[in-house]
Design a protein around this ligand. Sequence first.
Ligand code: NAP
Length: 268
Amino acid sequence: MKIGIIGAGNIGSALAGHFRKLGYSVLIANSRGPESLSQIAQMTGATPVAVTQAAKGVDLLIIAVPMKSVPLLPKNLFSELPATSPIVDTGNYYPLRDGVIPEIERGMIESQWTSQVLGRPVVKAFNNIVADSLVHKGLPKGSQGRIALPVSGDDLKSKQFVIALLDKIGFDAIDAGPLSESWRHQPGTPAYCPDPTIHQLALLLRRAKRDKAARNRDQAATLIAKLPPDFPAQELVRVARLSAGLDTLKPRTWIAVLHLGLTTLRAK
Ligand SMILES: NC(=O)c1ccc[n+]([C@@H]2O[C@H](COP(=O)([O-])OP(=O)(O)OC[C@H]3O[C@@H](n4cnc5c(N)ncnc54)[C@H](OP(=O)(O)O)[C@@H]3O)[C@@H](O)[C@H]2O)c1
């Protein structure tokens, strides 16, 4: 198996590490060129390449760049990507980070926008788990508390491919329906980053409210922007679990809420 990853940040490098551990060949690219990726290569075992090389002849292509960068990807990106190779979009739209994307503001589903910009179908996956959980919280199949992730898209075979891959790296998965339903795991929804089990995830996807998501997303982004870069990711997961109704009585959850509140108050 040969996998290309465009984007070598939190998510791209987390996935590169997982895929290399499975023994797959991994090509990884960023905006600054392969020479800037020696540390990532050393950490993950992935091979740094130029962006167009990452899509050349791979069995799966992962796009893990901020949404504002999607239109900047080379126009000939897919010229040597087999038509049968799925393209996975890990992206989330944050206007605070990405600037305003008018089509999405008018109601277009994030990954449908990405697919339109790329001119190729995409599968939305890996978008609703924090990188720290993706790196550290995979578990063998059947383990209690195994985290489940949604996979949305219009091509069944591509989704099955991604679902099988998720299982291999330690996560359950749910086919969350066509790409038009992928708003159910966009930022601001209950399924966004609470590390749910498969049964919890099914409930959270059903509970999503489209008209509330953008406001929730922006409130969370404003708050997170005030936090120091080393604020513990797992405390944010605890807060996400609380607001999704998954943990209400755990003392560590309330300590995380208190810590988040105090840190925000102290921020300028
Ligand atoms: N962080 C998370 O926990 C998380 C979780 C789930 C989903 N996501 C989503 O996944 C996407 C990536 O997030 P991230 O946190 O991994 O971002 P990140 O840490 O900021 O990394 C972004 C990567 O994309 C590369 N990139 C940017 N523009 C590019 C371009 N035009 N061509 C090639 N590479 C380009 C950057 O390369 P340079 O450094 O060279 O510019 C960098 O390697 C975002 O949409 C995010 O919302 C993030």
